[in-house]
Design a protein around this ligand. Structure first.
Ligand SMILES: NC(=O)c1ccc[n+]([C@@H]2O[C@H](COP(=O)([O-])OP(=O)(O)OC[C@H]3O[C@@H](n4cnc5c(N)ncnc54)[C@H](OP(=O)(O)O)[C@@H]3O)[C@@H](O)[C@H]2O)c1
Length: 219
């Protein structure tokens, strides 16, 4: 995997599709529009074709319903997974709660051919609503970005930056496990610098040890 430095700049996408028009979908749509990006939203029951044709497509549906996503329309597309496994919403789903596999890898395996990047998931709706700020603002928070292609991570980083947060490159899609629930990063409202420190500390955290044991990486 090649490296995408946090300060490598590319332009933010011009169009964003959002699948899911609930709490997260609505606030992400507002932030993108505020950034001057054309937004195409599709909720369940809508024709998702226009949303899936956007430069970047954000997934903001309950994770337990990922198999209802229009996989054929997302083939070859840059897709941002903003979803989390939340048992209260999704029910008991051992397939989404296996520490050997990040949930974004599970989504990527279903969306065969899509370029999946994980982002926006570890912020609460409140944080997204209230803590988006322009570059350089002292209260600007960080958001982690994980994906297997450095170029795709740069595009999503530019989107995160335009929408009011400092992107932090977290590496591969498998590394997305470091900011899923339940981790220290999830819901932490951290700055970019604090986020980098938490990512570095992850292997020593409680969840990090669970993941390492499950993956046979424990020393
Ligand atoms: N809430 C948070 O603080 C937060 C923060 C970050 C990330 N997330 C994650 O973001 C995702 C959405 O959370 P939410 O709180 O926004 O949920 P929500 O308010 O329940 O909204 C989900 C929306 O997705 C729609 N939907 C379901 N299947 C769909 C499909 N195949 N295509 C298009 N739309 C579909 C639902 O429509 P119907 O109601 O008609 O089924 C609903 O409007 C979850 O995975 C969650 O874990 C949540």
């Amino acid at each position: 995997m090649d490296d995408a430095r946090d300060d490598d700049q590319v332009a933010a996408p011009r169009t964003v599709g959002i699948l899911g028009a609930g709490r997260v979908g609505a606030v992400l749509a507002r932030l993108a529009r505020d950034a001057g990006i054309e937004v195409r939203t599709a909720s369940s029951g809508d024709d998702p074709a226009a949303a899936c044709g956007a430069d970047v497509v954000i997934l903001a549906i309950p994770l337990g319903r990922y198999r209802t996503l229009p996989a054929s329309l997302l083939e070859g597309r840059l897709v941002v997974d903003a979803m989390n496994y939340w048992w209260e919403l999704d029910g008991a789903r051992p397939d989404l709660d296996d520490p050997r596999t990040s949930t974004s890898e599970t989504v990527a395996a279903f969306l065969d051919g899509a370029r999946v990047v994980k982002a926006f998931n570890h912020a609460s709706v409140w944080e997204l609503e209230n803590l988006a700020h322009p570059v350089g603002h002292p209260d600007r928070r960080g958001l982690a970005v994980a994906g297997d292609d450095a170029g795709d991570r740069r595009v999503v980083a530019a989107l995160v930056g335009a929408m009011g947060f400092d992107p932090v490159d977290a590496g591969s899609l498998a590394s997305g496990v470091m900011f899923e629930p339940p981790t220290d990063i999830f819901g932490s409202d951290a700055t970019a610098e604090e986020l980098r420190e938490m990512l570095a500390r992850f292997p020593r955290s409680q969840r990090g040890r669970v993941v390492a044991r499950a993956r046979g990486e424990a020393g």
